[in-house]
Design a protein around this ligand. Sequence first.
Ligand SMILES: C[S@@+](CC[C@H](N)C(=O)[O-])C[C@H]1O[C@@H](n2cnc3c(N)ncnc32)[C@H](O)[C@@H]1O
Length: 267
Amino acid sequence: MYTDENKKFRPKKIADIEKEIVTIAQSGLPTGRVFLADGDAMMLPFKRLKEILELIQLHLPQVTRVSSYCLPRNLTNKTVEQLAELQVLGLKLVYVGCESGDDEVLALINKGETYQSSVVALNKIKQAGMKSSVMILNGLGGPELSKQHALNSAKLMNETQPNFLSTLVVSFPMGEQRFAEQFAKEFDGRTRQPFRQLEQHELFTEMEVLLSNLELTKTVFRSDHASNYLVLKGTLGKDKQILLSQVQMALQQPGVIPLRQEWQRGL
Ligand SMILES: C[S@@+](CC[C@H](N)C(=O)[O-])C[C@H]1O[C@@H](n2cnc3c(N)ncnc32)[C@H](O)[C@@H]1O
């Protein structure tokens, strides 16, 4: 999403943000929720985030929930107390693109995060009273790393118990060459087979490993993003067996469970 040369990341000036908030307030549109677009607003310092949330409260007092993307490393300079203050000011939910719980996969995709940094961030979010919504990418490790990607992602989720978990299928709108080159790199002194995208049945097998290893007590699970072939929705652990049987049916009895066609998918 952020590889376009013409789309450079920069924080907006606070005056521009206020203008946008006022425009929305004056439009009369029903605004119950706000998402701090576009990239990762949590990279802003605490003081700036506080200012933005106060402006939202001032001009849009009816807003009940503000949310944002949040890279784990963007929380290292913020204390639990500061995050709790942002929570009281309306920032109730952050979307954390963990992508994987496997350190080898994370290194190969240059995420800049690890299993441990993700644990620290997710725990901090919880301690501050905010909710977390985690994204894991189905197919991210290619065939060779599929199993360890699924197992370690399940382990990360079990250890951190996020409020929401969604899986998306990794997609390559700009071709997979750059990604494949990354996978040819060394990690822990070893190189891998060339990367390739998983076939549909391999994606489902990876989901089966992930789901069967998840031990969640109360997490809303969604696999309904436009990139997914198989739509899954439920609450974990309550619906674990139902979701697993849907994945197994997609694997063992193709055609019985409706799947999204290629033209219906997107990123
Ligand atoms: C717009 S990105 C912002 C992520 C945020 N900066 C973070 O790291 O938490 C939101 C999510 O979309 C998903 N995503 C990004 N590129 C993708 C791709 N090529 N295929 C599938 N999902 C992708 C990832 O899960 C990513 O965390």
